[in-house]
Design a protein around this ligand. Structure first.
Ligand code: ADP
Length: 316
C-alpha cells in the first residue's frame, strides 16, 4: 500500500506523538501562578485529538512517580489523549516552565527541564521494548530530539526508520530552540537526519534561515524535497502557507487575526489541525485551511491550550 493510500481510507487512526510535556506556570496575578500542562508535542496531541475525536492519539514521553506527574496524567486524560505509553521514571520528575509578562505585555519564559524525566524517555522505552508499535502516524519535533542525548537520538531515529518500513508515516516539525542545542550546527545535523525519515514536514521560514541559511519557502522546499520529504508544509506567520506535495505546489492564504492575544503554540495547533485533516483523507489545501483555522483560534487565547469548551465553540 502506498504511503498516501495509508492516509486516505476512513478507519480510526492510531498516532503516537513522542516528546516532552511539562508543567506550565502562567501568571494569574502579581502574586500567583496558574498551573497548566503544556509542551510542543503535547500541545499538538491535544489539538490533533480535538480535531480528530475518532483517532487514538497516544503521548509517548516520561514523567516521574510523584503526585504532580499523576496530576499531569489526569489532565492529559481529560483531553482524551491516551496515557498508556507515558513512562514513569523511578527518580526523576517532570520539567517545568514559567511564563512572565512584563508591564508592556512582553512575555518571557524560564525553564527547569535540564534533569527532567522526559530527557530519558527513549532509554526507559528501550528497557521493555525494541521498536515502536504499529501505528498510522508518528509525530515528533526538534524539541523531542533536542532534549535527548546523542545515543537516545540515534535509537529514536532507528525506531522511526523501522516504523516507516512497517507502514507508519512520520511527521516532523523542526521547532528550533537554540538554547536546547550546543550549537546551530548540532541542531542542523539532527534536524536534517530527522527530515531524511520524514513524510510530512512543517518547516518555519525563520528557523530555516537560522539552521540552513535558507532565504524563503522555496529554498526550504527544494532542500527537503531533495531529502525525500513528500509533503512539505511551510509556515510563516501571516504569510501564505506553501505546500509542496508529490511535486505539486499549493499556496493557501492566511487571514490575519485582528486581536492576537498570545502566539504560544500557534505552530503546534496548526500541526494538530493539519494532521487531523490529512488523517481524515482531506486534500492538502483543505488541511492547511483547517490548520490555519485552529492556529487562529489558539492565538486569540492566553497560554498553549485553549479551554476545551471555548475551542469547540470557535472550531465547530
Ligand atoms: P510557529 O509558531 O511554528 O513559529 P507561525 O508563527 O509561522 O508558526 O504560525 C503558524 C500558523 O499560525 C501560521 O501559518 C498561521 O496559519 C497562524 N498564524 C500565526 N500568526 C497569525 C496571525 N497573526 N493571524 C492569523 N493566523 C496566524
Amino acid at each position: 500500500m502506498s504511503q498516501s493510500a495509508v492516509l486516505s481510507n476512513s478507519r480510526s487512526r492510531r498516532c503516537i506523538l513522542a516528546g516532552e510535556v511539562m508543567i506550565e506556570l502562567s501568571e494569574a496575578d502579581k502574586d500567583h501562578f496558574r498551573q497548566g500542562v503544556a509542551g510542543d508535542v503535547y500541545n499538538t496531541a491535544v489539538y490533533l485529538k480535538r480535531c480528530l475525536p475518532e483517532g487514538e492519539i497516544s503521548l509517548l514521553t516520561a514523567l516521574g512517580c510523584d503526585t504532580l506527574s499523576e496530576h499531569m496524567k489526569s489532565v492529559i486524560q481529560h483531553e482524551h489523549v491516551d496515557t498508556s505509553m507515558i513512562l514513569s521514571h523511578p527518580n526523576k520528575q517532570p520539567g517545568l516552565y514559567a511564563i512572565h509578562t512584563d508591564d508592556d505585555g512582553e512575555r518571557s519564559f524560564q525553564y527547569w527541564r535540564n534533569d527532567s524525566a522526559a530527557k530519558q524517555w527513549v532509554n526507559l522505552w528501550l528497557h521493555e521494548n525494541s521498536l515502536l508499535p504499529a501505528v498510522d502516524l508518528i509525530y515528533l519535533s526538534g524539541i523531542t530530539l533536542a532534549v535527548l542525548d546523542n545515543n537516545q537520538r540515534e535509537q529514536l531515529l532507528y525506531m522511526l526508520c523501522e516504523a516507516r518500513e512497517a507502514g507508519a508515516q512520520v511527521a516532523f516539525d523542526p521547532n528550533y530552540r537554540p538554547a536546547l542545542w550546543q550549537s546551530a550546527d548540532e541542531a542542523a545535523l539532527w534536524t536534517e537526519r530527522a527530515y531524511q525519515l520524514t513524510d510530512i514536514a512543517f518547516p518555519g521560514i525563520e528557523e530555516h534561515k537560522l539552521l540552513f541559511g535558507h532565504q524563503d519557502g522555496f529554498d526550504a522546499m527544494d532542500a527537503l524535497a531533495s531529502m525525500g520529504v513528500s509533503e512539505i508544509v511551510c509556515k510563516n506567520g501571516t504569510d501564505h502557507i506553501q505546500i509542496l506535495h508529490n511535486e505539486t505546489m499549493v499556496s493557501v492564504e492566511v487571514t490575519p487575526v485582528e486581536k492576537v492575544i498570545d502566539t504560544t503554540s500557534a505552530g503546534d495547533g496548526f500541526t494538530g489541525g493539519y494532521l487531523a485533516a490529512r488523517l481524515q483523507g482531506k486534500p492538502v489545501r483543505a488541511a492547511a485551511e483547517q490548520a490555519a483555522k485552529v492556529a487562529g483560534i489558539v492565538i486569540q487565547h492566553a497560554g498553549a491550550i485553549v479551554p476545551q469548551a471555548l475551542f469547540h465553540q470557535a472550531y465547530n
